[in-house]
Design a protein around this ligand. Sequence first.
Ligand code: ADP
Ligand code: MG
Length: 387
Amino acid sequence: MSAQDAAAARLREFTGREPDAVWSAPGRANLIGEHTDYNEGFVLPFAIEHRTAAAVALRDDDVIRVTSTFAPDAVGVSLAELDETIARGDLDWAAYPLGVAWALRRAAPGAAARGVDIAIASDVPVGAGLSSSAAIEGAVASALNDEWDAGLSPVSLARVGRTAENDAVGAPTGIMDQMASMLGVADAATFLDCRTLETDSVDLGLRREGLSLLVIDTNVKHSHATGGYRERRASCEAGAAAMGVPSLRDLSVGDLPRAQELLDDVTFRRVRHIVTENQRVLDTVWTLRSAGPRAIGDLLVASHVSMRDDFEISGPELDLAVDTALAAGAIGARMTGGGFGGAAIALLDDGQVADAGAAVTAAFAASGFAAPTIFTVRPSEGARRDR
Ligand code: ADP
Ligand code: MG
């Protein structure tokens, strides 16, 4: 069953009513540009065909209720109490949809906000680095934007999603995921300048070239709200401050010798990852446009090496996934997403998908790792109203 059908069925079960409409937004994978988003740098993600759907029906009162096939409990709150409910911070998964409602009202104070029942279903794997969080935010933001006549643009809805995730959920993430989910285009990636929020669609040409993108989910769970992600952000901020720039975006590869003199070894390596990764994103866009997708393999591999050795956010499972995919003939491969688990992606010929997948599965078994989940992703369309 599609996520859209599952969401509509859940709404019927929950309310006995038909949805007014169903909206959906995709997860995303990041082709290249990792941890550059909150450093105001460049990223090149693409929306995937896995989507989260929100089936929605307006109510006659001011109560907003959310339910998901992902969680047993429905959560309800009156719009009048939304601020204090969000501030309490004890909403668990419901902080995503309710945080979106809260952030959308702040972004569009004139919106005709009213009570609403929201049922959510998804086929985006959760916690796999494919941004099920941006998908749920994008689906709910798109739905409420229409239902409440808020009139916000896709970019403004991406900001709403980010505000929900930062301030309601408490995960200090950048805006890449939401932009990719809102703005995706079939067989293209979204180049995003995270400082200006300027975007450009970059044709990937995978279909034309007979190429596939394989996702290897290590099934090692990560959490953005805690731990290493926060530490990396803090290192980047410290590095920028020590270098006297507002953000690491303002440094280029030519500044690295001075950074090495000024910074301690760990901070320097964190900075070097960001600075070189920004350059790799620009080089990837240029290479895609001038030479096509078969020419970007080395950039993908260099990105992985930088995350493994300088940013230190990979892990044995992710490294094995990348190394095995490359040994099986992939053009390029790298871990994708925030790191500390999650997924790797590999770019390879359509005809190599089955063998590469089998090789990775066998390598994981030989190393005593839990079995990975392996599937292909097609760069796909962004958030939309489905019906
Ligand atoms: P990722 O975005 O990489 O999948 P996150 O930790 O950022 O991982 O977001 C996952 C969280 O988002 C889940 O733990 C849950 O709270 C929420 N979430 C995602 N999808 C759904 C869904 N379909 N229903 C309810 N909550 C969801
Ligand atoms: Mg997320």
